[in-house]
Design a protein around this ligand. Structure first.
Ligand code: ARG
Length: 272
C-alpha cells in the first residue's frame, strides 16, 4: 500500500490510473468519495496548495488542501510539505502558492497568494503518520471573515457520532479522477476503536488517538482521498481535523484518518 507522499506523487505523475488492491465502491463519485459540489463561498477557509512547476498547470498545480485558521495562517498536512512530495524543502519551492476563494480551479476567481514562511511539525512521524501538520504564513493576509475557528480540546464537536464535512479537490473515485471544482462529503466522527482496529500498524500508518481522529462511514462510501490531504474536516462549524491518511478511499472497514486539531493547538502553544 502506498505511503501518503506516494499518493500525492501520483498527482505529479499526471494521474495515471492507480491499480487498487480492492475495488472502489460502485457508488463512489465524490470529494472526495461519495461527495457533492459546494460553492467556495460556503467554506471560504478551504484553500488549495499549488505549485505549477512541480505538479503541472492543467489543474493550476493543485496538490493538497489547506485551511485558513488566521488571516495569514494556513494549516495543512506535514506530508504535503515533505521533500518527497515537493522535490525540495518547501522554502525552496519558489512557486508554492495558496489559492483562496476559487472553487473551480480553472476559473480566475479568488486570489493566489505567495507563502512567506513554512513550518513543518518536527515531530511528524512519516511511519505512523502522527503529527501530520504544518503551518504556512501568507505574504498578504486574507479577510478575517474567511477564517474558521479550531475546535479546542474537549469541544463536543470531537464526540463520536458527530456529523462532519470534509472538503477538497481530490480524487473522486480512487482511480485518479481529480476534481476540477471543490467538493464535500458528509461523514461522521467514528470511535477511536474503529481506527485502532483498522490500523493497528501497517505500511500505511498506525492509528494513535492522541493525535489522530477517525472519521468516515464504517460501511464505506464516503471519504476523503488522494489530493484532499491537508484540507478541512469540520463539525458544528469548527475545524476538528485535517485530511491525513487511510487505506484506499471509501473502503468498508478502512475509515479516513485525520490530524486531530486539538493536538495541533496543543503543539503550537508549546512551541511559543
Ligand atoms: N494521503 C492523501 C493525500 O495526500 C489523503 C488520503 C486520505 N485517505 C482517506 N482514505 N481518507 O492526499
Amino acid at each position: 500500500m502506498r505511503r501518503p507522499f506516494a499518493s500525492v506523487l501520483a498527482l505529479a505523475a499526471a494521474a495515471a490510473a492507480i491499480p487498487l488492491a480492492s475495488p472502489v465502491p460502485a457508488a463512489a463519485d465524490g470529494v472526495v468519495i461519495g461527495g457533492y459540489p459546494v460553492e467556495i463561498s460556503q467554506s471560504p477557509w478551504t484553500v488549495a496548495l499549488s505549485s505549477r512547476d512541480r505538479f503541472g498547470g492543467t489543474r493550476v498545480g493543485q496538490f493538497c488542501g489547506g485551511v485558513l485558521v488566521g488571516p495569514s495562517t494556513v494549516l495543512t498536512a506535514a506530508h504535503c510539505l515533505s521533500a518527497d512530495v515537493l522535490g525540495a524543502p518547501p522554502q525552496k519551492v519558489r512557486d508554492l502558492r495558496v489559492i483562496a476563494g476559487r472553487g473551480d480551479l480553472l476559473s480566475n476567481d479568488g486570489k493566489e497568494i505567495a507563502v512567506r514562511d513554512t513550518w513543518v511539525n518536527p515531530d511528524y512521524d512519516s511511519h505512523t503518520n502522527a503529527g501530520d501538520f504544518g503551518v504556512l504564513t501568507l505574504a498578504t493576509p486574507l479577510p478575517e471573515s474567511s477564517v474558521i475557528r479550531m475546535a479546542p480540546s474537549g469541544d463536543p464537536a470531537y464526540g463520536q457520532g458527530t456529523a462532519a464535512v470534509v472538503y477538497g479537490w481530490g480524487d473522486t473515485t480512487g482511480a485518479g479522477d481529480y476534481a476540477r471544482s471543490l467538493r464535500a462529503a458528509d461523514v461522521k466522527v467514528l470511535p477511536d476503536a474503529n481506527c485502532e482496529q483498522a490500523y493497528p500498524g501497517s505500511a500505511d500508518g498506525t492509528y494513535e488517538a492522541a493525535s489522530m481522529l477517525c472519521a468516515g462511514q464504517l460501511e464505506g462510501g464516503r471519504d476523503s482521498c488522494q489530493g484532499d490531504s491537508g484540507g478541512p474536516l469540520v463539525a458544528q462549524g469548527r475545524l476538528i481535523g485535517l485530511v491525513s491518511w487511510g487505506s484506499g478511499c471509501g473502503w468498508a472497514g478502512s475509515p479516513g484518518v485525520y490530524t486531530r486539531v486539538s493536538d495541533v493547538i496543543r503543539t503550537l502553544a508549546a512551541k511559543r
